[in-house]
Design a binder for this molecule. Structure first.
Ligand SMILES: [Fe+2]
Ligand SMILES: [Fe+2]
Length: 450
């Protein structure tokens, strides 16, 4: 739960919020120096030097804008570095594009990539320094064309889910930029209009080629790759379906629950759905030790509950390793790492209690969920299993009890969910679970294998 709620609950004053990010002064200074270097070069009709007053004006406008945007943004260092890199890449492409025409302004590469990973306001913050710099370095016509293309990509890109839509955004950016260049026909000429029209498709082509590298560098997954991960023919999902069918269908249901809940509170439903789908892939290593995959005798019957605990807990670490081997990125792996937090394995702790062992000995030792999406998957996971044993009308009470249990146990202490959001999450769970209720295929004990 959020700090605000905890503070008011305990009657203590919340500690002042510190800025989590460093201001990145050395990086900013280096970026301004690089922008200065780019500002003195022009490639139209061969290598020239920009007139000194123009180069100075460009670096001043661009540098000031960099400082102001940085001050106004609360980014962690990796995001801030990515933002700086995106602005510089945009400026470099503009200088290189100038060899063809000043109207070849593929700023959409930078704004589109930024928006794809961090949302449209990030894309617009990439565009602002480019506009300030470009207005002096390029002049009015190319800057307005760049503004139109860059803005369109920043706004449209976070909504893109399929390759076809991706291409359509590039084509549209080309049309918009070409039309804008037509307004400056006297300055642009036919070559300028053509160059502006090519800037959109060129930006898309560059984003497409850079995407795997950027995903690797940021350790994050773009919406396009998230869509691929939902495809049931993904090798990991095919293996899960073959080797651990119970886990596969459980994961699909967790994915549906997580997607609905994330949508209900304005979190990222696509990421939550993928997180739900892959959270238990570690069970692939020893599928028969998890009750949802057992058809014959339960191998835990012959084991000490403490050993059962070790085997169960291992599916988290093994899942992380398996995900890394299959090229999944940190944002998806985070679901695997946090989906049990430090919760108690209830089934084995009850067996351990018969031997005088404390429930705390049967806790997972994983990090707690610290995003809305990972918190949702943690809540959905045991619910999905428990709801199978209950009739439809008992589901609202079950959801209430199980969510409250997790909250009281401190499992949501790092999750940025408000009480209002938690209420919406519970409503979404009830809706989806009641819809699934007719689909039950088997009974199995609550919590075991979770
Ligand atoms: Fe699990
Ligand atoms: Fe699970």
């Amino acid at each position: 739960m959020s700090d605000t709620r905890k503070a008011s609950k305990n009657g203590k004053k919340a500690p002042p919020r510190s800025r989590p990010e460093r201001p990145l002064i050395p990086e900013l200074a280096a970026a301004i120096a690089i922008l200065g270097g780019l500002s003195v070069v022009r490639l139209e009709g061969g290598l020239h030097l920009t007139p000194w007053y123009r180069a100075l004006g460009a670096v001043f406008a661009g540098g000031l804008s960099l400082v102001l945007v940085r001050r106004a943004s609360r980014w962690r260092p990796p995001e801030a570095r990515f933002w700086l890199g995106s602005v510089l890449a945009g400026a470099l492409l503009t200088v290189l594009g100038g060899a063809g025409s000043p109207y070849l302004v593929p700023w959409g590469v930078s704004t589109g990539l930024g928006a794809l990973f961090f949302g449209n306001s990030f894309g617009i913050r990439v565009l602002l320094p480019l506009l300030a710099w470009g207005a002096v370095y390029l002049g009015m016509g190319p800057t307005v064309a760049g503004l139109m293309g860059g803005l369109l990509m920043a706004v449209a890109m976070p909504e893109v889910r399929r390759a076809r839509e991706f291409m359509a955004v590039g084509a549209l950016a080309g049309v918009v930029m070409g039309t804008t260049a037509l307004l400056f026909l006297g300055d642009a000429g036919t070559v300028g209009v053509l160059a502006a029209s090519l800037s959109g498709p060129a930006a898309i082509l560059l984003i497409w080629s850079a995407l795997p590298l950027v995903e690797r560098a940021l350790d994050r997954t773009s919406p396009l790759t998230l869509m691929e991960l939902l495809d049931p023919s993904h090798p990991l999902l095919e293996e899960l379906r073959r080797e651990a069918p119970g886990t596969y269908y459980h994961s699909r249901n967790v994915s549906a629950l997580a997607e609905a809940a994330a949508r209900a509170i304005g979190a990222n439903p696509l990421l939550a759905a993928v997180g739900g789908l892959y959270h238990d892939i570690g069970k692939l290593i020893r599928p028969d030790f998890f009750v949802e995959n057992q058809e014959g005798p339960n191998p835990h019957d012959d084991l000490n509950p403490s050993l059962s605990k070790v085997i169960l807990a291992a599916h988290v670490k093994e899942g992380i390793e398996l995900a890394r081997r299959h090229g999944l990125r940190g944002d998806v792996i985070h679901f695997i790492a946090t989906h049990h937090g430090t919760s108690v394995m209830r089934y084995f702790s009850e067996r351990g209690a018969e031997q005088g062992l404390s429930p705390d000995e049967f806790r997972y030792a994983s990090p707690l969920p610290d995003t809305k999406e990972t918190a949702i998957v943690m809540l959905a996971d045991p619910l999905e299993a428990a709801a199978r044993t209950r009739p439809r009308e008992e589901i609202p009470e079950l959801v209430e009890t199980m969510v409250e249990d997790r909250v009281r146990d401190g499992q949501l202490d790092r999750a940025p969910l408000t009480l209002a959001e938690l209420a919406k999450v519970k409503q979404a769970f009830v809706r989806v679970l009641q819809g699934m209720a007719h689909n039950r295929v088997r009974d199995y004990p609550m919590y075991q294998g979770q």
